[in-house]
Design a protein around this ligand. Structure first.
Ligand code: FEO
Length: 403
């Protein structure tokens, strides 16, 4: 049985949520599944905007047929050729063999790489700035390379100011009947999961995101329709998302406070950061967050690193060097281009090692990072003798926050 919802009288959501999937891209944990959005436009011509993941193919085809109400499909617009959106292109082609596939040069290159299709006569190539007239509605194509893959493009509906934004403005989120951010817990789950999605999926490509935002400058945007998660139609939510995208893509923190990431084998390094956190709290720092990196998914740690201005990294030595999970967290953050952060260090050693040296080596570039305070060095467990140096680090962090 189909399950669709009207966005407007002539735009119908035909997506669905996969509630069995536990890891998006087999990497990122999902609490309650993942939504894959797709839209049918009913005008003088009909258009389908993207397809969906293979996990929801069955209901998807029922949804399309129901939305079309017996009409033929004139266009399939392919904003992104990653399989979570393009897995049903062949099925659409089988059902509508004359459909025009709207994409750019790279779209068709990727299509032929993924699938054994020979449908060049169906191609309707477009470039940035080109338009597609459907009748009442005209779509203008905005190239958005690397938001998330090189072929990505957005469509902008000129008459109503609707932005079809591919992965842009998406989130790790199911859709449970409520499709719009104003029907949902925007201040809680949506804000958090939008950031986690941005950082892990698009975060590396900040300069590309800023270029696309520049192209959108001055355009009235009355609705944002991404391929994952809720649709934004509330003006405040639209402004919030665009402002956050500008901030996250510029690698500017969202809040002035302290994130503490620690690894700890026997609880001694945890005890050290616990003491630091208490001292920071007593000195007035709010919204502190402290994570054990061994049992927290890196995608959440990345998201929090994008949020906080100050990051304390605390790790024991392991096999004479940095504990590998801490090494992985730092390297992944740097691969995603984390910058403009204030970093402090704590280490713990029973018989020596290069943990501190290794951590420091990752943050040597003064253009991107400022080191705050003297590293705290624990020998096996925290003693009263360590209190002054932990206190000194807390004071340095507070001074930096107040600067
Ligand atoms: Fe939702 Fe980059 O795919």
């Amino acid at each position: 049985m189909h399950n669709t919802r009207k966005i407007t009288d002539d735009i119908i959501w035909v997506g669905a949520t996969d509630r069995q999937v536990q890891l998006f891209e087999n990497l990122f944990p999902l609490a309650h599944g993942m939504s894959y959005n797709s839209y049918v436009l009913l005008d003088e011509k009909t258009a389908l905007l993207d397809t969906v993941d293979s996990s929801i193919s069955d209901i998807y085809m029922e949804n399309i047929l129901h939305a079309l109400g017996g009409r033929e499909l004139d266009y399939l617009i392919i904003h992104h050729m990653e399989p979570d959106h393009c897995a049903n292109i062949e099925a659409v082609l089988r059902r509508f063999p004359d459909v025009k596939l709207v994409g750019n040069k790279t779209t068709f290159k990727f299509l032929e790489q993924f699938y054994d299709v020979h449908v060049k006569d169906n191609y309707h190539p477009v470039k940035g700035g080109d338009t597609l007239e459907l009748g009442k509605r005209t779509l203008k194509f905005i190239m958005a390379p690397n938001v998330h893959w090189p072929e990505v493009m957005f469509s902008y509906d000129i008459s109503d100011g609707f932005l079809f934004s591919a992965d842009g403005f998406g989130s790790f989120s199911p859709l449970d009947g409520n499709l719009f951010s104003d029907e949902l817990d925007f201040d809680g789950r949506i804000k958090e999961e939008s950031r986690r999605y941005f950082v892990n999926i698009i975060g590396k490509f900040g300069s590309n995101v800023l270029k696309v935002l520049k192209k959108l400058n001055g355009l009235p945007i009355n609705m944002i329709l991404p391929l994952h998660g809720p649709i934004f139609r509330d003006k405040e939510h639209i402004s919030y998302m665009i402002d956050r995208y500008r901030q996250w893509a510029s690698y500017e923190p969202e809040q002035e406070s302290v994130l503490i990431l620690f690894g700890s084998m026997y609880g001694n390094t945890e005890n050290a950061v616990g003491n630091l956190a208490t001292m920071l709290a007593e000195k007035g720092v709010k919204n502190l967050r402290l994570y054990d990196i061994s049992n927290t998914d890196p995608s959440l740690l990345m998201s929090e690193m994008w949020s906080y201005s100050h990051i304390v990294l605390a790790s024991p030595n392991y096999n004479g060097d940095l504990m590998y999970k801490m090494d992985t967290v730092i390297r992944e953050a740097l691969r995603l281009n984390l910058q403009n952060r204030k970093i402090s260090f704590m280490t713990n050693a029973t018989w020596g090692g290069a943990a501190l040296k290794t951590m420091e080596s990752y943050f040597e570039d003064p253009k991107h990072f400022e080191i705050v305070g003297e590293p705290v060095k624990i020998s096996s467990s925290v003693k009263v003798d360590n209190v002054p140096e932990i206190e000194a680090l807390a004071d340095a962090i507070v001074a930096s926050l107040n600067a």
